[in-house]
Design a protein around this ligand. Structure first.
Ligand SMILES: [Fe+2]
Length: 487
């Protein structure tokens, strides 16, 4: 069976499945068998593991593959305080690259990848403008006075000698330069000034007499709707979630004392702990890193990280997504940690890829480590590492987490563009920049959760000031938040 199909059945029944159980079911499961299995599992079980499959039903080979007899499952012990809670925390993985990767990195893969991006983002724009193919603008009998619209990917942006902006946009039929006059419309000029390579935009304007140039009247981005309805928990008491990232276990600047204070503080009122990448410092991530490591072996770094995270109160559901310091492929999207790493951790942790969309207690959280922020900050006037929610709001405007190809993010050309924000999350959670920022954009709560590492030599040289040892707590019932310090 396909991984996605299995996860879907589990999600519909309100369970998660761990990787070992998933592997067993992939080779020997069927939809009927899994549904029967899930009916038999105690509702207090959150993550169905291999032990549930082995222990619950007797799986015996039958005429049509596999049949099951009466199941019996022992539920894990739950503290008396948690029993008093009306709703158990629940994690459902909605979107994740793990086990879905298709690319081998050939030229045709890139063509397919960018086509998918253009189609997905173009469809969002087509709901707002009626665009025509760029090729059709060159027809001779065209009325050049009537404004027309096109949807294209930004190929190039430059400033003319007179200070206007010239943007080259491309669709599958051709390219056209678009002129944005510096004195026509300040807002439009500002927008043109903030455009990044490879984002998909809609342009409305008139065509020059020789059809070689478009004069822009307006430019739109896919963006999220103004009336974004945050799915405030449909019932009260859907839980509290803590958002952190960039723990960097193994670095000699990892703040162990602050971390231990944080874990001590995690109480009965917290239901979820979401970690947006860089669990460990890694090995060989930058030149001379070995001089800044306290643990030189990558697996020992994860063993230590597992020790820290396994000490988190058992009732808290932990979700871990990787970052650029973690031991998965560097090209993004990144899959979840391999089994050799996940098995070091307690078995109820949900490991997802980067990016990933998860549902926690009715709230949709888009987790992305945030490496693209290096490119977005570098490419946008007025953005800085001190305010990480500005580039995060840009991602929501682009409806894309990492538009620039050929920058700091190495993009793997998957068949589907996993960076497209197709459904709008309630919370966008990033890390990577080691600064803390929480803010809202059109109803989406944006959290950059900082770090658990003090200033590194590299950051000193770059004059980057981290904001370590902070955790953002969100009440999922009303999306109110507070930031708590542990330094
Ligand atoms: Fe980091």
């Amino acid at each position: 069976m396909e991984t996605g199909e299995i996860i879907q059945i589990f999600a519909e029944s309100g369970f998660q499945v761990d990787p070992a159980a998933l592997d067993m079911l992939k080779t020997s499961g069927s939809p009927e068998l899994i549904k029967k299995l899930l009916c038999s599992i105690d509702s207090s079980v959150m993550v169905v593991g291999a032990e549930h499959i082995r222990g619950a039903p007797a799986i015996v080979p039958g005429k049509n593959g596999i049949t099951m007899t009466v199941p019996k499952v022992m539920a894990p012990a739950i503290s008396s305080e948690r029993k008093n809670k009306l709703v158990s925390p629940l994690v459902t993985v909605i979107k994740d690259i793990s086990n879905q990767s298709t690319c081998i990195g050939e030229y045709t893969d890139f063509v397919g990848y960018f086509k998918d991006r253009y189609t997905l983002l173009g469809d969002m724009l087509r709901k707002r403008i009626s665009a025509r193919p760029i090729e059709s603008l060159r027809k001779r009998n065209m009325d050049t006075r009537e404004p027309l619209s096109v949807i294209g990917m930004v190929l190039n942006v430059r400033t003319t000698t007179n200070g206007h902006k010239l943007i080259e946009v491309e669709d599958s039929t051709g390219t056209i330069p678009v002129l944005v006059h510096k004195e026509k419309d300040t807002e439009l000029f500002e927008l043109a000034n903030s455009l990044l390579m490879d984002e998909v935009i809609g342009v409305t304007g008139t065509i020059s007499g020789d059809s070689s140039l478009m004069f822009a009247n307006s430019i739109i981005r896919p963006d999220i709707p103004n009336n974004q309805n945050v799915s405030l928990a449909r019932e009260k008491g859907r839980g509290k979630a803590v958002f952190i990232s960039d723990i960097h276990v193994g670095s000699n600047t990892f703040l162990e004392d602050a971390w231990l204070r944080f874990v001590d503080w995690l109480g009965d009122d917290i239901d979820y702990l979401i970690i947006a990448g860089d669990v460990v410092d890694g090995i060989g991530i930058f030149p001379g890193q070995d001089r800044e490591l306290a643990i030189m072996d990558i697996y020992e770094q994860y063993e230590k990280a597992a020790e820290y995270l396994n000490a988190v109160p058992r009732h808290i559901k932990i979700i871990i997504s990787p970052g650029n310091h973690d031991a998965v492929r560097q090209a993004e999207p990144q899959p979840r940690f391999p089994e050799r790493i996940t098995r070091l951790f307690r078995d109820d942790i949900t490991f997802v890829g980067n990016p990933a969309m998860v549902d926690i207690g009715g709230a949709r959280v888009l987790i992305y480590h945030g490496r693209s922020m290096d490119d977005i900050i570098a490419g946008t006037h007025g953005f800085s590492y001190g305010d990480p929610t500005k580039p995060m709001a840009s991602m929501l405007r682009f409806r894309h987490l990492s538009p620039i190809y050929g920058g700091r993010v190495s993009i793997a050309p998957e068949k589907k563009d996993h960076f497209v924000i197709d459904s709008v999350p309630d919370i966008l959670h990033c890390g990577h920049v080691h600064t803390v920022g929480v803010s809202r954009y059109k109803g989406v709560l944006m959290i950059n959760s900082g770090t658990w590492q003090s200033q590194t030599e590299f950051q000193k040289r770059m004059n980057l000031q981290p904001m370590p040892a902070k955790a953002t707590v969100v009440d999922l019932a009303n999306m109110e938040y507070r930031i708590t310090s542990f330094d």
